[in-house]
Design a protein around this ligand. Sequence first.
Ligand code: IPE
Ligand code: IPE
Ligand code: MG
Length: 564
Amino acid sequence: MTRGEDPGAYALIRLLPRVLRPACWAVWAAVSNLDDLIDDRDATDAERAARAESWITALEADLVSGTSTDPVRLALVDAATRWHLDLSGLRDGMVVSLGDVHRRHFDDWAQWRAWSRGHVAPVYDLFRDLFDRAGAPVLLRLDRQAGYEQFIHGARLTDTLTDLAADLAENRVLLPREILEQFPGAEDDLGHGRWSTATAALVAELTGLARRWVTQPGLTHGMHPGPAVTVTTLTGLLLAQLDAVEAAGPALLRSQARPSPVARARVLVPARIRSSLAWSLTPVTMPATPRRPTATGPRTAGGPPPGATEFRQPPRHPSGCRPPRIGVEAMPAHVAIVMDGNGRWAEHRGLPRSEGHRAGADALHEMVYGALEIGLSHLTVYGFSTENWRRDTEEVEGIMGLLRHELDDDPFRSLDVHLRWSGRSEKLPADLVESLRRKETTTRTRTGLTCTLCFNYGGRDEITRAAAALARAAQAGDLDPGAIGEEDFARHLTLTDLPDVDLLWRTGGEQRTSNFLPWHATYAELHFTPDYWPDVDRRDLWKAITEYGHRQRRHGAARTAQRR
Ligand code: IPE
Ligand code: IPE
Ligand code: MG
């Protein structure tokens, strides 16, 4: 929708590093969505106000619960959680914009500016906050504050001029009386859609004002080059927009003025080059641990609001060691681990193998803490393979008992971990299957780490079942066998949304994958370490991730076209 309705904003967001874009789309979508509710021409004033208000109220509730049934609000809650954004300013701005349901009148520029400051500035402030959190600070010198505000008013005025026709169709003029009165007859002419000398002079005056306001050459001094290029590009786009407004003449009263693709390209082509250079200077980093967002400003001493879920922070490693800071580009999205060596660990100590598995469970807790601390999104661990049934009944029963104990004891309770299970239910005790499924459901709204336990899992089994499901779909006529692609296949795997494995780590000294995630790990970076699983801790995970960051991943491309 943005590409069609606001190509400038679309292009601007696409200049940003990939990792920042989802949050930008979320903020953009939320603001546009609310504008659409407020401007809905098919509804009465009262209906529009009620719908917009209930959207804002629902957002507040969603921020408390950490999830939403509405895709736009869910994206916003997710962005706020990942980037630690405080949405209270945006919420207040949305409340201000509720007043737009009724006709706005501004006596003078002071009133107009207060309105612009109230509902446009919070959106800019939120983007600034996002850049700050990403390690690309939008430092504004104190003496630039006024210029920054003027810039925002300039952007608002440009929008008003651009949307003049739409506003006139709604019988509203979002301009202060002060300026209208300087051009006698202009207000009446606008009201009747007449392009007169007065309206032409008014538009020329306003275009000139907007031009001066958006031209703030010192604004980007001291800013990180990334946001600086963004501001400069936005200025260029606004000026191109104002050129289009000026060129439109009488057409401005009938339709939206838009710069030609050529005029836009004149701004965007050099901006693309400058921006990729600017952002390459500093790695953009996402905060390590996602945090529950707020829309109510800083917490008061009374603790979290009623009904809020507060997640426990993982306990620190006894050494006090903290995770390394990994640039987003060097961070794997998905680490999968073959937790091997429990049996040998126990045997070396003269202990029963079951003791090795118990010690292995502690190592897994450690790894989940480490994954949360470093900000990993997916951790998948191999707990029991379809081949492990070949072991003694005693050992197998011991492993089942251990899993039962772990699920009851719930070591990840109150941590921001969504626990999932991949594997076959056949042969597993029914109560375990039930507990695994229940755990998956009760933790499904947690957005920090997705930890997938592969238990009674076999890679060939997963692929065979997917093939069977595809065959059934083809037989039923739902699928053309000649058109089956990789994505169709992936959709029939056990967990349809499990991402590709970036890093596959096996402890215990063996260098094989033992039927683990063959579909997802075809391009995984492999990491084998000699220590038995019960002997490793989160620092080994961090080391593996750090080493991964130095690998060159080519995915089949030649070295020069290498992409991470
Ligand atoms: C991995 O450790 C855990 C499971 C297979 C359940 P092992 O039990 O395979 O340990 P080793 O390889 O025999 O030492
Ligand atoms: C793979 O380890 C399975 C798990 C870690 C759960 P194994 O120890 O069973 O693998 P092999 O037998 O050495 O290949
Ligand atoms: Mg083994």
